[in-house]
Design a protein around this ligand. Structure first.
Ligand code: ARG
Length: 272
């Protein structure tokens, strides 16, 4: 029998998709010729915010800036643990101006923002497990940024190598289910190098594994509050496995954002 899972209230930072579009291609999901339905994107995004609020979470929003179509992906703007904000330095020149907008928001909210010297895309590649930081590299965030984050936070940073360009950010291949005690994660093993897979197996022998279809449906781009898992409805196998482990899947469809290579977690920054 799965144990009963206890949720913890979260504070999330989001950015409305007012200027969302696919105007350039910086990952294999993006095709500037495929039109984005902006109204549908707005509706889907609103349903995510409503779902967070319905489960008792606090949602803050950054004002979107025109000309920054990927700014909706709030996860990439920073990585925050215990009130320490490690800002972003984007790989793609198109996204670089986003950092300053988020920095302005954090400063107004009373936080100091550390500006990394190395390429780092926030919670896209840095994941807090409650004990340490799992950090992806291979496509965006660099290993030098992992070292920089370790110096900044004083928490162990475990580097993991991503090998499939469709899973270019760590948060497309792995998410934290539980950040209390030893915690647990869900992930898609094939997105990682053989050595990194072994690391994950050793750290999380009871992890929930996703299928390729789950991963391609952005099922690993999910947000968990320790009990409820906000997840793409298309990730059916993963949702069933989560249910069997005592979690409660809460389906939220952000299909329009997949055209930019994003999903639920990409649209969500957690402020810890
Ligand atoms: N188009 C964006 C990019 O390629 C999508 C970012 C998705 N964010 C994420 N946390 N995975 O940068």
């Amino acid at each position: 029998m799965p144990e009963s899972r206890v949720p913890r209230r979260r504070r999330f930072l989001v950015c409305e998709p007012r200027h969302f579009a696919v105007q350039y291609a910086i990952n294999p999901w993006m095709h500037p010729d495929t039109p984005v339905d902006v109204d549908l994107a707005q509706e889907q995004w609103q349903s995510l915010v409503r779902a967070y609020e319905a489960y008792g979470h606090t949602v803050d929003a950054v004002e979107p800036a025109p000309g920054l179509p990927d700014m909706v992906f709030a996860a990439n703007s920073a990585f925050v643990v215990a009130g320490r904000v490690f800002g972003s330095r984007f790989h793609a020149p198109e996204r670089r101006p986003e950092s300053a907008h988020y920095e302005t928001w954090f400063k107004a909210a009373g936080y100091d923002v550390y500006r990394p010297e190395n390429t780092c895309e926030g919670e896209g590649d840095l994941v807090w497990t409650g004990k340490y930081v799992l950090a992806g590299h291979g496509f965006r965030t660099t290993r030098e940024a992992h070292r920089e984050a370790q110096e900044f936070f004083g928490h162990p940073v475990i580097s993991l190598t991503l090998v499939d360009p469709r899973f270019y950010h760590l948060d497309t291949a792995l998410f934290v289910l539980d950040d209390e005690g030893d915690g647990n994660i869900a992930y898609y093993p094939e997105a990682f190098s053989a050595g990194s897979r072994e690391v994950l197996e050793r750290l999380y022998p009871d992890a929930v594994l996703a299928t390729r279809d789950d991963a391609l449906a952005f099922g690993l781009n999910s947000v968990s509050d320790g009990r409820h898992v906000f997840i793409a409805p298309q990730a059916e196998t993963l949702a069933a496995r989560l249910d069997a482990h005592g979690y409660v899947p809460v389906p939220v469809d952000l299909s329009e954002f997949r055209k930019a290579g994003g999903g639920i977690k990409c649209c969500t920054q957690e402020i810890r």
